[in-house]
Design a binder for this molecule. Structure first.
Ligand SMILES: Nc1ncnc2c1ncn2[C@@H]1O[C@H](COP(=O)(O)OP(=O)(O)OP(=O)(O)O)[C@@H](O)[C@H]1O
Ligand SMILES: [Mg+2]
Length: 293
C-alpha cells in the first residue's frame, strides 16, 4: 500500500486548503506542520501536518497507541512538542499555551470530572478554571443542568451518576465557556448508543454554531458523522479526507473497512492491537473495560 496516499489536502502548505463542505478557502483554526513528539527514543507523533477549519467536525482515528491522545494534548497546550509547528486559534503551542487554553474546551480520555464533588460543584469548578464570573457560571450551570435533565440531581455526588450522564456532564463543562474549539478524546467510550446519539446531536449543534470539534473515536459509525477524518498509524497520519472521499479512494463501502485496510494488521502499531473491527455498532469497543471512572 502506498503509505503516503491521501485524499483531500493533508500536508499542503498553509493557505491552499479548501473547506470540503463549501469548496471555499478554509478558515483554519488548527494548523500543524511536521508536528512531532518523542518520548525518549520512541516517536509517538511523527511529523503530522493538518489544517482544520472553523465549524469543522474533525475525526481522529487510529489503533491503540497510534498517537491520538499525544496529538490532542499537544494541541491543547498541555504537552510540549519535540519538533514541528502548530497553532491553535492562532496561538502558538510552544509560546502561547495560555492563549490556547482560553479558546479551547478539552474532554480528556479518562473521566475528567471530580468524583467527590457534587454535579453542580463540578460545573462551578470548571467554570472558574475557564475564567467565567460567578453570575455567568450560575446561568450556564442551570442551562446545562436543564439540558441534561439533571436539575434534581445537582447536589448529588458525581460518582453516583451513571457513566452516560457523567460523560454528558463532562462534555457540557468542556463547552461551558463557549470555546472556539473543543477537543474530545474518546468522549463516547463506554456509553450506550442512545447516549452516543445525544452526544452527536450536541456536536452537530455546536458545529453549526461555528465551533470546531476535534474528536477521537474508535467507533467507526461516529467517523461517518465527521466532516473529515484522519487515520493515524505509528504516529503518522496515513489517510485524510471526508468519509465519502476515503471510501471512494479505497474502494470500500464503510469507513470501518477503510480503517481496517489502512490502520490495522499491516504493521504492529506501537501500543497494541487495532480494535476498530466489530466496534461499529451497539455495545462498545472491546478491551475498554475500566475506562472512564
Ligand atoms: N508519557 C509517555 N511516556 C512514554 N510513552 C508515552 C507517553 N504517552 C504516550 N506514550 C506512548 O505513545 C504512544 C501513543 O500513545 P497515545 O496515548 O497518544 O495513543 P492513542 O492513539 O491515544 O491510543 P488509544 O487509542 O489507546 O487512546 C503509545 O505507544 C504510548 O505508550
Ligand atoms: Mg488515546
Amino acid at each position: 500500500m502506498d503509505e503516503t496516499r491521501m485524499t483531500g489536502t493533508a500536508g499542503r502548505e498553509a493557505g491552499g486548503e479548501n473547506d470540503p463542505r463549501t469548496g471555499r478557502a478554509m478558515d483554519t483554526v488548527v494548523r500543524t506542520r511536521g508536528l512531532t513528539r518523542r518520548f525518549g527514543s520512541f516517536t509517538a507523533v511523527d511529523g503530522v501536518s493538518l489544517d482544520v477549519g472553523r465549524g469543522e467536525i474533525f475525526g481522529f482515528l487510529g489503533a491503540n497507541g497510534a498517537g491520538k491522545t499525544t496529538m490532542i494534548r499537544m494541541l491543547c497546550g498541555l504537552l510540549m512538542p519535540s519538533g514541528g509547528e502548530a497553532t491553535v486559534a492562532g496561538f502558538d503551542v510552544y509560546r502561547e499555551s495560555e492563549g490556547i487554553k482560553r479558546n479551547i474546551g478539552y474532554m480528556s480520555q479518562r473521566f475528567s470530572l471530580y468524583e467527590d464533588l457534587t454535579i453542580e460543584e463540578n460545573i462551578e469548578f470548571y467554570g472558574g478554571i475557564y475564567g467565567l464570573k460567578m453570575d455567568e457560571i450560575r446561568v450556564r450551570r442551570d442551562a446545562l443542568l436543564e439540558m441534561l435533565g439533571l436539575q434534581a440531581e445537582a447536589r448529588k455526588l458525581t460518582r453516583d451518576l451513571p457513566l452516560g450522564f457523567k460523560q454528558r456532564l463532562a462534555l457540557g463543562t468542556a463547552l461551558l465557556h463557549d470555546p472556539k474549539i473543543v477537543f474530545l478524546d474518546e468522549p463516547t467510550s463506554g456509553v450506550d448508543p442512545r447516549v452516543r446519539r445525544a452526544f452527536w446531536d450536541v456536536i452537530h449543534e455546536e458545529s453549526k454554531k461555528g465551533k470546531t470539534v476535534f474528536v477521537s473515536t474508535h467507533f467507526m459509525e461516529e467517523a461517518e458523522y465527521c466532516h473529515r477524518v484522519s487515520i493515524m498509524r505509528d504516529g503518522k497520519v496515513i489517510a485524510l479526507g471526508s468519509p465519502g472521499e476515503l471510501k471512494r479512494e479505497y474502494g470500500r463501502s464503510t469507513i470501518q473497512d477503510v480503517f481496517i485496510e489502512v490502520a490495522s494488521g499491516r504493521t504492529a502499531a506501537g501500543g497494541g492491537e487495532a480494535r476498530a473491527g466489530g466496534s461499529g455498532d451497539s455495545a462498545g469497543p472491546a478491551g475498554k473495560g475500566g475506562e472512564g471512572s
